[in-house]
Design a protein around this ligand. Structure first.
Ligand SMILES: Nc1ncnc2c1ncn2[C@@H]1O[C@H](COP(=O)(O)OP(=O)(O)OP(=O)(O)O)[C@@H](O)[C@H]1O
Ligand SMILES: [Mg+2]
Length: 383
């Protein structure tokens, strides 16, 4: 998700800090003005200092990662919903750079005409309205499987009714984190409301079909190479500070509650998981396959970060290997080969995860897929 820059008189700084905590919890990146040490600046340098402080804050507003400004406008010296000269200049800049403008309280009357003409949105004291405005544009369905729509340059991915705001904001936050880590990922604009459900709005990527089921021969080899290089790139990122769940915990939880494995098999798989998990905290996508890569004719984009976690790259690579093994058996070994070529991980290290990865997925598939997964686990168990 993009940044939200807080603006307002410095007398409201404590309030801005409080809102910044709430905004983080909603999945945004809040930017609070620098407090500065005004008392230590001597009179002759004051203009120079003010110029610098203003320019720094203007830069943050104009930044392409900034989605909106939140104007904190409390009452000051008897003036209701006060907006000072500096804050008004910041609002003008936000308008010029086409950022959303949120006014915390009601409109400040002296600037009413401009504030309304520039599309300011009044929050009446509640910042919960930020980023989940109802979608008003017309959207065209692009993926029935998971209700993803397109309108102009934006795509919108809709979540099921029972998903809470915190859940969807959390997913939006993950995608923003990986975007900020420099990966080719569609930029997220925020959480929106669509027909009573919550959705993530992001950049639409023109889909020139990357890993079509019918792609054969050299083209498939080339696509697998691209995939392996991309996965290596994302797996190389240290995601310790991202606040993501641990891959090994997600795996263990899923295995513990499945009804498709016996207790003996479960404990042997969990034992293997314990042995393999040596505490690596690399970024793992969790569902990295051709369907989650979009090629726009020039560049490859990685989508669908809902299952991201921190863990061992070998486990993430094994997920992809196992996916290929189920759906395109001939591609699996080619993929393994390519992945290892780009990393310093051996094929054996990746394959060691296979029983764990198979058991992790035993719940989520159709009977035919589950039978295949069970055959892999049983073969390993009986060896
Ligand atoms: N930003 C985007 N730009 C263009 N197309 C997109 C975008 N996001 C999603 N799509 C399309 O919608 C499809 C489904 O989206 P996504 O993979 O995020 O969700 P998903 O279906 O839940 O994933 P999965 O089916 O892998 O569980 C994608 O395969 C892609 O075709
Ligand atoms: Mg997908």
């Amino acid at each position: 998700m993009k940044n939200i820059v807080l603006c307002g008189s410095m007398t409201f700084i404590e309030k801005m800090k409080d809102f910044s905590t709430i905004l983080s919890g909603m999945g945004f990146y809040p930017i609070v003005p620098e407090e500065g040490n005004w008392s230590e600046i001597n009179d002759k340098d004051i203009d120079k200092y003010k110029r610098k402080v203003s320019r720094d804050h203007f830069d943050k507003i104009a930044d392409k990662s900034t989605y909106a400004i939140l104007v904190v406008n409390e009452d000051k010296n008897g003036k209701k919903n006060y907006i000072g000269a500096n804050t008004f200049a910041e609002i003008a800049l936000a308008f010029y750079f086409e950022k959303e403008i949120y006014i915390l309280n009601d409109i400040y009357q002296p600037y009413k005409d401009e504030l309304l003409a520039w599309g300011s949105q009044v929050l009446n004291g509640s910042i919960r309205g930020i980023g989940s405005q109802p979608v008003t544009q017309t959207y065209e369905l692009i993926s029935e499987w998971r209700e993803v729509y397109k309108s102009g340059s934006k795509a919108i991915k809709i979540y099921s009714q029972e998903k809470s705001h915190d859940y969807v904001a959390g997913k939006a936050r993950i995608q923003s984190l990986v975007y900020n880590a420099g990966l080719p990922v569609p930029l997220v604009y925020g959480v929106k409301e669509f027909d009573g459900r919550l959705a993530i709005e992001m950049d639409y990527v023109k889909d020139e079909s990357f890993m079509d089921e019918n792609v054969i021969g050299d083209m498939r080899v080339e696509a697998l190479e691209v995939m392996a290089a991309l996965q290596n790139k994302l797996n190389a990122i240290n995601a310790e500070s991202f606040g993501l769940p641990k891959f090994s915990t997600l795996i263990a939880d899923e295995i513990k509650q499945t009804r498709f494995l016996t207790e003996q098999i479960k404990s042997k798989v969990l034992e293997l998981l314990n042995r393999l998990d040596i505490g690596k905290l690399n970024l793992c996508h969790g569902d990295f396959h051709g369907g989650n890569i979009i090629f726009d004719g020039e560049k490859h984009w990685i989508i669908d970060w809902d299952g991201a976690s921190t863990g061992d790259p070998a486990a993430d690579a094994c997920m992809t290997y196992f996916y290929e093994k189920r759906f395109h058996p001939h591609a699996a070994d080619m993929y393994l080969h390519s992945y290892c070529k780009y990393s310093n991980i051996s094929q054996d290290e990746i394959l060691a995860w296979q029983p764990v990865i198979a058991a992790y997925q035993v719940n989520i598939n159709t009977k035919a897929e589950r039978d295949f997964i069970l055959s892999v686990i049983n073969k390993w168990y009986s060896e």
